[in-house]
Design a protein around this ligand. Structure first.
Ligand code: SF4
Length: 474
């Protein structure tokens, strides 16, 4: 639950008022990034480009008058939570540049693991960077590629990147959608009237009335232009490593991702499996809202223990809320969650959450439930213990801060630290069984088996991506 989302992207081709649709689409993808938002629109008839990007949530960044200043039938958009590069105005996406053959804009979700190596090579060759984000590397690679055609320049440049990228790009001729050969992050293609839409998740399609067509394949670079659609493919294609955490927590439950998996249904199945593996006799099952709800429903239905909403979430805490000062930290969780005292008094409660990272939030929730009168508090987690950081675009803390990775920490040690009466995780085998086609997924934050070498593993294991990028900016 306390892991941070990465980014969300959206793109349109041949759609009336494309920026307006991008606004709605980004609003639906807001859960993937709340720090900044941006839209680049383009008129296909003239190639004229319009850009607006700012720090803040989608509804804070755009107004009706701003959207009117973004005309065109093509657009790409981005919501960002920084995992690489500081949270600063110059790093807001989409990035836009002018080449001798016209405008090029790009928006990226994921994390490029060889970014620092490529950046240093490019700088030695004379490139000057304007941002500290990995996405800018692609712009320099394209500029330096000596292929004759833009299509080949883009594919050759993407082929040099390692790690996770689901990208949308805009040129005067094309909307382009690209996904890394492992397909870590989702990217889906939809139809809107006579036009086309690409987005991180299908929940963006629902809001604008687009129809899901298919996923962009791992390793596919899809060009959408006047003569229709055509694809080119990156080398290394074939080994899929979809991020299983998208299914556990990141994606919206009303989305379908990774070749049509319903996020809601699979989370419910994680809860069912958890009830089979980690049953405990209790009076009620309660979720940690919102992300724990589908798994709690599954746990309740499989165990026969009644489902109740014992914790109520306040949805209105925004980015601008005055954060508590040091010494008032305990109020942080209370601002978001409040227990229903009458329901909990004297009851044995099974609390369902999707994951534990540092454990601090879980301990506060357990204390909160006890203070509300719960007789017993049993914690059940619908994923295995998180023992390793992610290098593919999810902001995880350094390994030493993960409660389940601390040396010699057994489940019993974690239980004591969290002050729960009992603790049970979904097993990795159980997770794989529910996911099906288990070989198509990445589980590295549970196993440490990284499908793409994160480069300098020893050093990176001790530091989160955020710490590394901050260090390198000094
Ligand atoms: S390490 Fe974990 S969070 Fe990162 S891509 Fe793999 S499964 Fe997803």
């Amino acid at each position: 639950m306390p892991l941070r989302d990465e980014c969300g992207v959206i793109g349109f081709y041949n759609v009336e008022d494309a920026s307006q649709k991008a606004y709605y689409g980004l609003f639906a993808l807001q859960h993937r990034g709340q720090e900044s938002a941006g839209i680049v629109s383009m008129e296909s008839s003239t190639g004229k480009t319009y850009t607006y990007r700012h720090m803040g949530m989608v509804t804070e960044v755009f107004s009706r008058s701003i959207l009117r200043k973004l005309p065109g039938d093509m657009a790409i958009g981005h919501v960002r939570y920084s995992t690489h590069g500081a949270s600063a105005p110059r790093n807001i996406q989409p990035l836009v540049v002018e080449y001798h053959w016209g405008t090029f804009a790009v928006a990226h979700n994921g994390n490029i693991v060889n970014a620092d190596i490529l950046r240093k090579e490019l700088q030695r060759e004379g490139a000057i960077f304007h941002t500290t984000i990995d996405t800018e590397i692609l712009l320099h690679l394209i500029a330096m590629d000596d292929s004759e055609y833009i299509e080949n320049k883009i594919v050759n440049s993407l082929d040099k990147l390692r790690g996770a990228f689901s990208m949308v790009m805009l040129t005067p001729r094309y909307l382009i959608a690209a996904r890394d050969p492992n397909g870590f992050r989702p990217l889906v293609l939809g139809r809107l009237g006579e036009g086309w839409v690409v987005a991180s998740e299908t929940c963006a399609f629902d809001l604008i009335g687009a129809r899901y067509e298919r996923d962009i394949e791992p390793g596919e670079v899809l060009f959408i232009g006047e003569s229709g659609l055509f694809s080119k493919y990156l080398s290394g294609r074939g080994k899929r490593s979809y991020c299983v955490f998208e299914l556990i927590y990141f994606a919206r439950p009303d989305s379908m991702i990774f070749d049509g998996v319903s996020v809601y249904e699979i989370r419910k199945k994680f809860g069912e499996k958890l009830a089979e593996e980690q049953y405990i006799d209790a009076d009620m099952v309660i979720p940690v809202p919102d992300s724990g709800v589908p798994a709690a429903i599954g746990y309740s239905q499989r165990s026969g223990i009644p489902f109740e909403m014992g914790l109520i979430r306040n949805h209105y805490i925004g980015r601008t809320f005055i954060q508590p000062e040091q010494g008032q930290r305990d109020i942080g969780v209370k601002l978001k969650l409040n227990p229903v005292k009458n329901l909990l008094k004297g009851k044995r409660v099974v609390v369902i959450d999707d994951s534990i990272v540092r454990g601090t939030t879980s301990r506060k929730i357990i204390r909160m439930l006890r203070n509300a009168g719960a007789k017993e508090v049993h914690l059940r987690i619908s994923s295995p213990p998180v023992t390793h950081p992610c290098f593919y675009g999810i902001d995880t803390p350094a390994q030493k801060e993960l409660i389940a990775s601390q040396k010699a920490s057994s489940i019993e040690d974690i239980r004591k630290e969290l002050e729960a009466d009992s603790l049970g995780y979904l097993s990795i085998e159980g997770l794989m069984e529910v996911v099906g086609k288990a070989e198509n997924f990445c589980y590295a934050c549970f196993t440490g088996n990284y499908p793409v070498d994160p480069i300098g593993v020893e050093r990176t294991l001790q530091m989160s991506l955020f710490e590394i990028s901050k260090e390198e900016e000094k």
